[in-house]
Design a protein around this ligand. Sequence first.
Ligand code: SF4
Length: 256
Amino acid sequence: MGPETLEAKQKAAIEEILKAYPQKAAKNREKHLGVGSPNDENQKTCGDVRSNKKTVPGVMSQRGCAYAGSKGVVWGPVKDMIHISHGPIGCGQYSRAGRRNYYIGVTGVDTFVTMNFSTDFQENNIVFGGDKKLGIAIDEINNLFPLNNGITVQSECPIGLIGDDIGAVAKVKAKELDKTIVPVNCEGFRGVSQSLGHHIANDTVRDYVFDAKVNVNTSDVETTEYDVAIIGDYNIGGDAWSSRILLEEMGLRVVA
Ligand code: SF4
């Protein structure tokens, strides 16, 4: 099959998909679909296909909010830290265990991926602020789970609206507890979709985790010439679970 034929077939497939939509939705979705080719200049700059646009509820492109992008995608797989959903319980519950993460350890002891931590805001916290509650939650968590390697504070929408200073609380607590405490201002309304949450969270990894003191002892790990670390696998459908098996069948050892 020549490349022209393939392109024509791909274009026809897009037309077929668009036919399934109501007229208004099809007009909107049309801008998000296109056939790429190595010679297409637009593809190199994402100039042709529309992205980073506001999510439309009920339309296939629907994604999470900035908070979901930070908590679920970037910080979610960081298993030895505890991630507090700061604000009302709904956001934390909504994002709970939504990601498939590949982790080892004992849940609740040295790994916390599937647990749901929330400051559970009530009306009075919205009126009078929740900084105090956040400080108490951090203390409580640190007492109950002493093997945590740090705590992140994932801001939900109301935090940004009422102006709680999570950065100040994190700074005080980090000093008091001698721990890595990361304030993440990833309120859902900040971006058009979860993608801004990814950027915000990645910035906090750079600013708070690199060079931070962590209790990981790697000196007793014996390395081999066949070790590989997979970086940046989104594992959206559990695909990392399969790629690990393939790499191991090739004779490689997936260490991270
Ligand atoms: S948009 Fe705001 S309120 Fe909704 S889940 Fe995200 S952080 Fe929570």
